[in-house]
Write a protein of this length. Sequence first.
Length: 181
Amino acid sequence: MFSFLKKSTPEQRTIEAIYGMIVAQARQPAFYAAFNVPDTVDGRFDMVLLHLWMVLRMLRQGPAEEGPAQKLFDHFCTDMDDNLREMGVGDLTVPKRMQKFGEAFYGRSAAYDAALDAGHAELAAALNRNIFNEAGPANAGRLAAYVTGALEQLDKVDRVAFARGEWQFPSVGGLAEGSTR
């Protein structure tokens, strides 16, 4: 309740900044206009999960191993919990909804990891299933090209700098014009 009175550490501020970048990127209008991601609560949630997955994938490759990745995931969970409570979801229902959020994240992460390793077509199929509900294969292919391009660009960032939040997501606009490979 009085969390605003707590002093945040530099590490907490870094995690908050990285999470802020994830949310800001997930809200980019190009995803909803150029890629036709459903502009709904679920569509926006799926875009946050997609970007969170990309960042966690990069953080886990860094020298600090799971520390920053776990703290970022914990911050995501706290944010989702806070959002549910602000929306008026009752105290008894919040844990059930949080469990569903966790299942959604872990299920999508496993699907995206496997699909990324299998190739572009498989990644597009996973995105089509999870974000477009099987209704947007062409858009899913373009979104898969964005994800692959974004991961390639993020992979070029020094791991220590990445864990410190000293990076940016690539522009959606340039990748929105990308091919379906």
